[in-house]
Design a protein around this ligand. Sequence first.
Ligand SMILES: Cc1cc2nc3c(=O)[nH]c(=O)nc-3n(C[C@H](O)[C@H](O)[C@H](O)COP(=O)(O)OP(=O)(O)OC[C@H]3O[C@@H](n4cnc5c(N)ncnc54)[C@H](O)[C@@H]3O)c2cc1C
Length: 492
Amino acid sequence: MVERVAVIGAGIAGLGVAMALARDGREITLIDRDAPPPQSIETAFETWERKGVTQLRHSHVFLGRLVSLIRDKHPVLHKMLHDAGAREIDFEETLPPALRDNYKRTESDKDLAFLFSRRTTLEHAIRAYVETLPAVRFITGAAVRTLSISRAANIPAVTGLTIERDGRAPEILDADIVVDASGRNSILTDWLRDQGLTIEEEKNPAGILYFTRHYKLREGQTEPPRDLTPGAGDLGYIKFGVFPADNRHFSITLAVPEIETALRAAIVKPEVFDATCTAIPGCARWIDPARAEPVTKVFGMGNLHNVWRHFVRDGAPVVHGFFAVGDSALRTNPLYGRGCSSAMMHAHLLGDVVNETSDPTERALRFNTRAKRDLRPFWEMIVKQDLGAIRRAKSEQDPAYTPRWKARWIKSFAEDAIGPATRSNLGVLRAIMKGFHMLEAPSTWLGHPTIVMRVLLMWMTPKRAKEKLYPPKLGPERREMFSRLGLQQRAA
Ligand SMILES: Cc1cc2nc3c(=O)[nH]c(=O)nc-3n(C[C@H](O)[C@H](O)[C@H](O)COP(=O)(O)OP(=O)(O)OC[C@H]3O[C@@H](n4cnc5c(N)ncnc54)[C@H](O)[C@@H]3O)c2cc1C
């Protein structure tokens, strides 16, 4: 018997579900309310309208977990991404100068690679790949707002959905499995709640707003060298990141704490955005007018939260035949760059459980357990770090603030122990980067006594002896930046 899978949303998670589930004996229908991509990747970047993906033109970086999953399970797509201009930056290329000379590659280093690409380029290539998979079809320009539900058994079961298209009568699509991959603004959980099903939700603020501008290297120009000047950092009142991309493009994101009202109102103006970047050495050398030119306006985005939805309650599935994958199930602060890797991992976890068993309860329970095992540790760590960052941003506004011993201790551990240790010891860097790239839980490195010992030894080393292991100053203090930009020091 053919198993019918209906996937709501053809973004990263929906495409990932098709990649993980496509095989003989299964029919997969992806329904997306947005239009299909234009033919070329440049037109996709310039004109692809995605009302359903507000973050489409924000900076994206793709982590080792996503890259190795694509490389190992979908080699054809891996090649398509490279052909489209996406660049893989391997571990060796990201090494700080002090570690480059004596570097010897180990087998697992191949998994510590970033993929640099605009989000539109990545999605364009994945979509083209999924279109070639057997028994996968797309219905575009079509929204799903309601599901079909059967209450014949103890646990209600989703048995299909209704497709709504402009100018056509609503159409019911029956399915054995319905996947909600409709992203951060999914309405289907609310719909299920309206049917009396209890889906609990944890929600915490990311505490920032995102501002992104895209640039392109001028003819004959190259990217700045990879040295100790940080391409990303946290100044307390602002966080910055440079995101190299494909085909000579790159973007810069400035993340402003929600409470910095004057800065967030001003920074959306291109001249203020560029002036801010010019004051930060790690950004300034990229946007030097002799090197690059801006190619877009400044995109802004707020309403950023860390969200986790629970589809299992008291050890039993809330509903059968329905799975939420990607942002519709769990979301994290975009600053950590984990959303697409999570979505793709989540989709492949679903693929594994659906391939292993046809029992609906087992499918739901295994999917839930594995997401908690493989994704929850990252979510929890981000929630904790965001709460700390929100507190720090508040104290930045108070000139009389002196941090308590615990805050000073955490800062010193990051800046005087972990930072210099990762810049001088390959073992420490590898261990920490495995967590960063989502290849193992973020705190696994703390379970390796030799690594912890090296970090502690670095902490105990006097500053004078490790002077060369500190990066240059990230950028101006808040007071100086505000005065350069002509902004009020105090929040409104
Ligand atoms: C500002 C920002 C920056 C980010 N940066 C990064 C980064 O650097 N690296 C990274 O890995 N992740 C990043 N992310 C996260 C990443 O973008 C998301 O995690 C990822 O897109 C989730 O994929 P998804 O498929 O779940 O949702 P989406 O990619 O949003 O796709 C959802 C799809 O569902 C469709 N849809 C929605 N509702 C319906 C409906 N009712 N019916 C039919 N179709 C529907 C939409 O049109 C869309 O195509 C960032 C997020 C934000 C907000």
